[in-house]
Design a protein around this ligand. Structure first.
Ligand SMILES: [Zn+2]
Length: 419
């Protein structure tokens, strides 16, 4: 008698013909193969086998059987860049930007990240956990089975630790996969605006060691940008994080070209994110150092940025681009990876297959989890979604609705909207 679950259907499922294990750039970015029918046997939270239904059925007679019908099956989305720990909202800034003010003007006047910092500091631990739990539900309902979650609206030792403890609590009790990142270097808090060196010292000497001592994060990120953390400050923070055993990531070249991509390569970052103004040298450096570029097209859309990240140039160079929501209360309040896929196709010229690879395999590598999530392959975590769509190309094309019918996380059905 065998246990486990056998998911099957007549529709197509997304896989690859090759055995390439790393992030997928160049031709590999586009080479998604849609096969049908679909049959996957899962056991112990992992995919144990894919293949022919009759064979799998014969081999696993006691398995629970789940018929996904004619739906399209793809790996659960991996969202490799989110800021989900916050309180309150910033719809006023959304309107101000739309009626003519810039992100930087709003930030200078105390809005933006600094407003979210005031809101988070006033919120209780219970509120942070409740908000994050609701957010985790929303991610799952939209087909995302793993997110990277950054702190960064606390900006004091206690409030950053509180943020990461909220992430730990939700991660331990919610089916959504959550990979935590410390982003104490998101902005300078008001009390350190005239002592920036003092805040960098606080990050390096107190906050990072405490985050590591409590085991609250697997990576450290920095907002490297004109007016925020310069390249020198970012380098000190990221090098200290690496010494302490954390992986590193960078918000790089979003609003100006300031050498963020080059720094990402120098410090061996997992990912360099945004890259709207990345230099040609910066792109070469990313390629040579194996840094995954994460593009955040929803943010560019909401901020009404005049230019797009040079995604075409990155893809031509062979970079394994990933995409993310950048979910946050200011510049990207969406949790929808399908919507981000649509933006990536329309604004950056990706095909549906490229966008799917960017939202799954490459996104998983961008958070250091490419060997366990993001693919429908034996040995990988059984994270898959069934869509009320006839094929993968409909996914970015039919934007604005949720076509996710079933979400399976670690072999368990966690969302079921089958009619
Ligand atoms: Zn961000």
């Amino acid at each position: 008698m065998s246990s486990g679950t056998l998911f099957f259907g007549t529709g197509p499922w997304a896989t690859f013909d090759d055995d390439h294990e790393g992030p997928r750039g160049g031709k590999l970015l586009a080479e998604v193969r849609e096969r049908s029918p679909f049959a996957v046997f899962c056991e112990g939270g992992r995919i144990a086998a894919t293949g022919d239904l009759a064979t799998l059925r014969a081999r696993h007679r006691g398995a629970l059987e789940v018929d996904l019908g004619a739906r399209t099956v793809v790996p659960g989305f991996v969202d490799p860049h989110t800021h989900p720990v916050f309180a309150g909202s910033r719809e006023d800034e959304f309107e101000w930007r739309n009626t003519g003010r810039t992100y930087q003007e709003i930030a200078r006047e105390g809005g933006g990240i600094r407003k979210s910092v005031r809101q988070l500091r006033a919120a209780s631990d219970a509120d942070l956990v409740a908000n994050l739990r609701a957010t985790a539900d929303a991610f799952l309902a939209l087909g995302t089975t793993t997110i990277e979650a950054k702190s960064g609206y606390g900006l004091s030792p206690e409030d950053e630790l509180r943020s990461l403890r909220a992430v730990r609590e939700v991660a331990a009790t919610h089916p959504l996969g959550i990979v935590p990142t410390f982003l104490g270097a998101h902005e300078f808090p008001d009390e350190y605006r005239d002592d920036r060196e003092g805040y960098v010292r606080l990050l390096v000497e107190e906050m990072l060691p405490r985050v590591v001592a409590e085991g609250l994060a697997t990576a450290c990120d920095v907002f490297c940008e004109e007016g925020v953390f310069d390249v020198g400050q970012s380098r000190r923070i990221l090098k200290r994080a690496r010494e302490l055993g954390l992986a590193v990531k960078i918000h790089a070249d979003e609003i100006t070209s300031c050498g963020g991509a080059e720094l990402a390569a120098e410090v061996g970052a997992l990912s360099a994110d945004h890259l709207v103004h990345v230099s040609t040298n910066g792109m070469q450096d990313l390629l040579q150092s194996g840094v995954v570029p994460i593009l955040l097209p929803a943010t560019s859309f909401v901020l009404r940025l005049a230019r797009d990240a040079p995604a075409k140039a990155m893809m031509d160079l062979g970079l394994p681009v990933a995409i993310a929501t950048d979910f946050n209360p200011g510049s990207s309040p969406t949790r929808s990876m399908p919507l981000v896929m649509t933006f990536a196709c329309v604004r950056y010229g990706l095909t549906a297959a490229q966008a799917l690879t960017a939202a799954t395999v490459n996104a998983a590598h961008a958070i250091g989890a490419g060997n366990r999530i993001g693919r429908l392959k034996p040995g990988f975590e059984a994270d898959l979604i069934a869509l009320d769509l006839p094929n993968v190309r409909h996914l970015p094309y039919r934007f604005g609705e949720n076509f996710v019918a079933v979400v399976v996380k670690a072999g368990e059905i966690v969302v079921d909207r089958r009619r």
